[in-house]
Design a protein. Sequence first.
Length: 212
Amino acid sequence: MSEVLEHLYNSVIDGDQEEVESLVNELINANHEPQQILNQGLIAAMSEVGNRFECGEFYVPEMLVAARAMQAGMAILKPLLVEKGIQAAGKIVIGTVKGDLHDIGKNLVAMMLEGAGFEIIDMGTDVSPEKFVAAVKQHKPIMLGMSALLTTTMVNMPATIEALKEAGIRDTVKVILGGAPVTESYAQQIGADGYGADASRAVALAKKLNSA
Ligand code: B1M
């Protein structure tokens, strides 16, 4: 790996947004392939951030600043990747369920998934089953991710799965869940395809489901 690329990798891990922007521009100007900058600089760094989070070396704030730095680099790279016709790992529609306005965890999960190479369609908060269904029809994602932080709103997860079934599109998309009150057994009980306890595990789950 070139010295500048390695510097970029470390700057993402350090969450140094300005440095990431400047290094991505430097690499582009030096004719580095956008995909190489993405894979070896941004995605590899976010994967290391996930590892550090899992072993307790990083906490949510470190993960958030790293994800923001990664997104700043992605913003510069995206037009070049599109120009070259480089495909994302797959599209994921994500949102916080109806009645629920908590979005910090969902945003972090979305950023980490983007860092893993997925294209994210972020529906925001308070997303009704009907809106999720419409988004799946429109964007044809490989996965639908739902987040809920309230015991009173998590019931909108099974409601969304039912709405997908009623619309005849449940089998077209993997459904993954997360959020503090949600558990693995709840996910199984309501017929989801998986549950991520945190952002790093959500990424591992999405990668696993995508390669299955
Ligand atoms: Co609210 N709130 N809140 N709140 N809030 C909780 C969730 C609560 C546990 C606090 C408490 O009472 N101890 C409680 C819920 C109780 C319950 O239902 N059992 C609660 C309540 C009651 C409420 C209100 C009803 C309060 C009121 O108005 N009376 C109200 C509801 C508003 C609404 O949504 N309709 C409310 C409002 C708010 C604020 C607006 C003030 C604010 C939200 C700001 C925002 O999100 N923009 C807020 C906050 C900040 C919290 C706490 C303090 C923190 C949540 C958070 O951001 N955590 C929370 C208490 C707590 O958790 N200590 C609380 C950090 C975040 C990184 O973690 O979201 O768990 P988390 O996400 C993790 C994982 O869960 C997982 O990965 C993330 C990263 O590791 N994950 C996924 C999340 N989504 C995933 C999706 C996946 C996979 C993994 O796949 C798709």
